[in-house]
Ligand binder design. Structure first.
Ligand SMILES: *Cc1c(COP(=O)(O)O)cnc(C)c1O
Length: 359
């Protein structure tokens, strides 16, 4: 029996996709082997990666002057690749809205001057700072954000005013959750294991003019976007399996009606949970309402023992991975694209029942 899996990542995948992968496991489309066993240079795999690229381009409406790269090393590897490829003036502005932004910021400091132009650390990252008039140095190479903060449950609903600088965004935990205007960014990247596919793959969408040979000295060949771009993400053996599953998820998203439809569904799911939290006398959300994420919803009872009891009892009732991040405590429900609406409805029923018994 499958549980309702509220994990922040690796996270729930569409059941349909898992079934299709299971059907293809031993013999992918009559070729007598699985996707894990075929050459990444084969016609069969070429078709898989090309179709995946075509479908994500269609879903996100990615303009022709952007490259889509399927890379390894996860989102964390891009924390280094971003400064290595973009720091021409060795200066960049970072907005610190949580642990992932902070890690990217610290990594960038290894390569140049990374400046924290705004932060929400003063209130445990429970909000998105005002980014309408930041002190961004004129010669900054880029402005960096983590668009959806997986751990703290905040999301930028307005992009920062970069004052003409390139915007770089880590979208790991909101990837493909709603439509985006790709032209507003220089680089969009995300580890796929939150909202898209199996771990070990990061998809980077990069404006073509930012992909050059002019990288920091010592940049490893593999981390140079130009290497990956010139070789259509096949410089070396890529994560074939994850690319294949992501491709199936893209097809599923198209069948669901694309990103407009996913946005509507995600809003509906998030509203059920937030509406409950807003009227509850026991549970409360931890994020400033206007900055709430549709994907990651942290909440607390205000009593650690009760939190632990809730996590334990919810698990026994078939709701998995509701324990909050180790640095925040409390609970967190990640309700990504593949979480069915019934999962959220049943969770709210369960919370309501728990409140009655423990209020
Ligand atoms: C999970 C996560 C990461 C780290 O991803 P890895 O693929 O494990 O490196 C980075 N950024 C965000 C926003 C995340 O949610």
């Amino acid at each position: 029996m499958r549980v309702y899996n509220f994990s922040a990542g690796p996270a729930v995948l569409p059941e349909e996709v898992l079934k299709e992968a299971a059907d293809d496991m031993l013999d992918y489309k009559g070729c007598g082997m699985s996707v894990m066993e075929m050459s990444h240079r084969s016609k069969m795999f070429d078709d898989i990666i090309k179709t995946a690229e075509k479908d994500i381009r269609e879903l996100m409406n990615i303009p022709d002057n952007y490259k889509v790269l399927f890379l390894q090393g996860g989102a964390s590897q891009q924390f280094a690749a971003v400064p290595m490829n973009l720091m021409k003036n060795k200066k960049a502005a970072y907005i610190i809205t949580g642990q992932w932004a902070k890690k990217a910021f610290q990594e960038a400091k290894l390569y140049g001057e990374a400046i924290d132009v705004a932060s929400s650390a003063d209130k445990t990252f429970s909000y998105i700072p005002d980014c309408s008039d930041l002190a961004i140095p004129d010669d900054a190479d880029y402005v960096y954000i983590c668009e959806n903060n997986t751990i703290y449950g905040t999301k930028y609903h307005t992009l920062p005013n970069t004052k003409g600088h390139i915007l770089v965004a880590d979208v790991s935990s909101c990837f493909l959750s709603e439509p985006v205007d790709v032209t507003k960014y220089g680089v969009i990247y995300g580890g796929v294991q939150k909202n898209v596919g199996p771990a070990g793959l990061v998809i980077s969408i990069i404006r073509e003019d930012l992909i050059t040979d002019d990288v920091l000295p010592g940049t490893p060949t593999m981390l140079k976007w130009k290497t990956q771009s010139d070789n259509d993400s096949l410089y070396n053996t890529p994560n074939c399996w994850s690319i294949y599953i992501c491709g199936l998820v893209f097809k599923w998203l198209k069948k669901m009606g694309g990103l407009e439809a996913m946005k509507a569904l995600n809003e509906k799911k998030a509203k059920i949970l937030y509406d409950f939290l807003d009227q509850s006398k026991l549970f409360k959300g931890t994020v400033r309402p206007e900055d709430r994420s549709m994907m990651n919803v942290p909440f607390v009872t205000g009593n650690e023992e009760l939190d632990a009891k809730f996590v334990k009892e919810s698990k026994a009732a078939g709701f998995e991975n509701l324990k909050g991040h180790r640095t925040v405590g409390g609970m967190r429900a990640s309700i990504y694209n593949a979480m069915p609406i019934e999962g959220v409805e049943k969770l709210v029923d369960f919370m309501s029942e728990f409140e009655k018994n423990n209020g």
